[in-house]
Design a protein around this ligand. Structure first.
Ligand code: G3I
Length: 325
């Protein structure tokens, strides 16, 4: 099977890893999109399981959009990642405007229980807390959760998550914490402290929205960072991989970057999952105004399929890395 691998499906089963993709429910009516999605053996809802989507008003859960992703994953034999329970972004207004610790705590714990109980038995791993650190990792982000509950909200969220679905793996997920930096140190110390306190946590997600130059993260630093997290007994996963391809850079450079990131995960036994953040360049979040695209405003075409669903050199490199040296 490994030698004759034709597509990502074959390569993923050879690698023994979860090879995932972020899916948008609204695109599942497109034949080419679905065909590409079926090459993966794991799925994450790009937006449909976020708080703004599934609890738009207090206690009134709406799982319709998230269930579209969950059903697609089930019907296609894909493992499902839950993303994300507690995040400062894509929060409904009613949560952002809560003004007491009691109200924020009740809302957060009820949300975790309500969502996790709905998906119990279907979600392999949840991003329980997402992006709690500020951009450079100098402090915890000033979210409604931190403002009212202090740093302890993170422990509280994970404890509630374990109770709500004892079988699901519980991950902390963040961006720009891939190399050895103030931010990755902060994340490392945070999860180490959680383990010391007996807080249930199973892994760390490195989002990996990266660019081509081999400095953020440098592969040597990514390898070291993954290893120190693994040495704590935690999983370390690549949770939202995309590689911006900007002016003057080549498709081969993008392909090499994909290859090296995937190979680094493959070299780490505690890295069970690599998820790419979308299928086609056409629908990447990086095309939106205000996203960290390319310096000159050029479209970053960061994914494995181009705008017309043609497989790019990045696809071949991704697959080659899964098949190993
Ligand atoms: O659904 C509405 C639509 O009805 C409306 O017409 C349109 C107008 O702007 O907006 C649509 O919602 C957008 C949504 O994506 C669905 O397309 C939101 O404006 C837009 O903000 C939202 O962006 C998402 C972003 O998270 C929000 O922060 C991206 O798709 C999604 O890829 C991105 O994913 C995040 C991860 O969850 C966490 N890590 C970083 C990553 C990239 O930012």
């Amino acid at each position: 099977m490994c030698e004759g691998a034709q597509d990502l499906t074959d390569a993923a089963s050879c690698s023994g890893r979860l090879v995932g993709v972020a899916l948008a429910a609204s695109r599942l009516s497109e034949e080419s999109y679905v065909e590409a999605a079926r090459e993966f053996n794991a799925a994450t809802a790009e937006n449909e399981m976020k708080w703004g989507s599934n609890e738009p008003s207090p206690g009134r859960f709406n799982f319709a959009a998230g269930d579209v992703i969950a059903d697609f994953a089930r019907d296609n034999g894909m493992e499902l990642k839950g993303h994300a329970l507690v995040w400062h972004n894509q929060l409904p207004g009613w949560v952002s405007s809560l003004d007491s610790a009691e109200a924020v705590r009740a809302a957060m714990l009820d949300h975790i229980r309500g969502v996790m109980e709905h998906y119990r038995g279907r979600v392999r791993a949840w991003d329980v807390v997402n992006e709690a650190w500020n951009d450079d990792g100098s402090a915890l982000r000033d979210s409604v959760f931190y403002r009212h509950l202090g740093a302890g909200y993170i422990d509280e969220a994970f404890i509630a998550a374990r109770e709500a679905d004892p079988e699901a793996k519980l991950y902390y997920n963040d961006f720009d914490g891939e190399d050895l930096s103030m931010k990755s140190n902060a994340i490392y110390e945070m999860v180490r402290g959680m383990l010391d306190r007996g807080v249930p946590i199973d892994g760390v997600g490195l989002q990996m929205h990266v660019r081509i130059p081999d400095d953020e993260p440098a592969i040597a630093e990514l390898t070291q960072n993954m290893q120190r997290i693994a040495d704590l007994g935690l999983d370390v996963v690549v949770s939202e991989l995309d590689v911006r391809h900007c002016n003057g850079e080549t498709a081969e450079q993008q392909a090499a970057r994909y290859h090296d990131v995937v190979a680094t995960c493959l070299g780490q036994p505690r890295c069970p999952e690599i998820t790419v953040w979308g299928i086609t360049d056409r629908y990447s979040w990086l095309n939106a105004a205000g996203a960290p695209g390319c310096p000159d405003g050029e479209t970053p075409h960061p994914l494995l399929w181009d705008n017309d669903y043609q497989k790019k050199p990045a696809y071949d490199a991704f697959m080659a890395a899964l098949l190993g040296p």
